[in-house]
Design a protein around this ligand. Structure first.
Ligand code: NAP
Length: 250
């Protein structure tokens, strides 16, 4: 039991993150299911994993705060005493706004959660996984977005810019720690059917956008999770610095 690899998924309680937690547990990972506010959703994921014979804990913490990040990693250390993988999945959008409508407060939070949160969680993971720090190596997967290359004009260019930063960070960190046993990759989902669209005030976005997607449909959280699980796995031992589109051709 104690030899099984440990994965931390930020925002693991719903959507893509929850699908990653369930898929990872079915492949034998022990999983830390991070959430920010919806404890019941996280506990539901943990219960599903336990019912299937896996091992998971719910870990509260806001990746948009340094105290939250410290609490998340302290909880992972206490529960498992090791870390082998990190999926930087927690992310937020905002309601559709042109940049001349975006408030400084929204912009600051957009970058604090999506960019600073990802970078700081990666730093804490490197401290635990890098051979430079006495670790045994590991893998990090960051959640970018097709918006990073499409720009999301008229919708949320601030979110798109934040995801562009994730692409650059993925490339840089991958090269920085490549010789220390840590692989770093990203996925760029297109339109995936999760609650994130409702949180941005567009509950029907996945359905409405389908005709504009080359595959003529939105993707599922499970389809993104499959790509992430590949990048975490020993099937990807020579893959680092890659950014994989999971977007139905979008
Ligand atoms: P979602 O359904 O809205 O779920 C978001 C998850 O993140 C929830 O578990 C939520 O937990 C958690 N979370 C939010 N803010 C957090 C914070 N500050 N600290 C810790 N956890 C936090 O989102 P999703 O659609 O699965 O998206 C997951 C990732 O994929 C995001 O990075 C998103 O930008 C990216 N992505 C999504 C799409 C898409 O179409 N869905 C496309 C491209 C990229 P609580 O409920 O507790 O807050």
């Amino acid at each position: 039991m104690s030899g099984r690899r440990v994965l931390l998924v930020t925002g693991g309680s719903r959507g893509i993150g929850a699908a990653v937690c369930l898929a990872a547990a079915s492949e034998g990972w022990r999983v830390a299911v991070n959430y920010s506010s919806n404890r019941l959703a996280a506990e539901n994921v943990v219960a599903q994993i336990a019912a299937a014979g896996g091992s998971a804990v719910a870990v509260q913490g806001d990746v948009g705060s340094e105290d939250g990040i410290k609490a998340i990693f302290a909880a992972v250390d206490a529960a498992f005493g090791r870390l082998d993988g990190l999926v930087n999945n927690a992310g937020i959008v905002g309601p559709p706004q042109r940049i001349d409508e975006v408030s400084p407060e929204r912009l600051e939070r957009m970058f604090r959660v999506n960019v600073t949160g990802t970078i700081r969680c990666a730093a804490e993971a490197v401290l635990r996984m890098s051979t430079r720090h006495g670790g045994k190596g590991g893998a990090i997967v960051n959640l970018s977005s097709a918006a990073a290359v499409l720009g999301a004009p008229g919708q949320y260019v601030d979110y798109a810019a934040a995801k562009g930063a994730i692409d650059s960070f993925t490339i840089g960190l991958a090269r920085e720690v490549a010789s220390e046993g840590v692989r770093v990759n990203a996925v760029r989902p297109g339109i995936i059917d999760t609650d994130i669209h409702a949180s941005g005030g567009l509950p029907d976005r996945a359905r409405d956008m389908a005709p504009s997607i080359p595959m003529q449909r939105s993707g599922t959280a499970g389809e993104v999770a499959d790509a992430i699980l590949y990048l975490l796995s020993d099937k990807a031992t020579y893959v680092t610095g890659a950014i994989l589109n999971v977007s139905g051709g979008r």
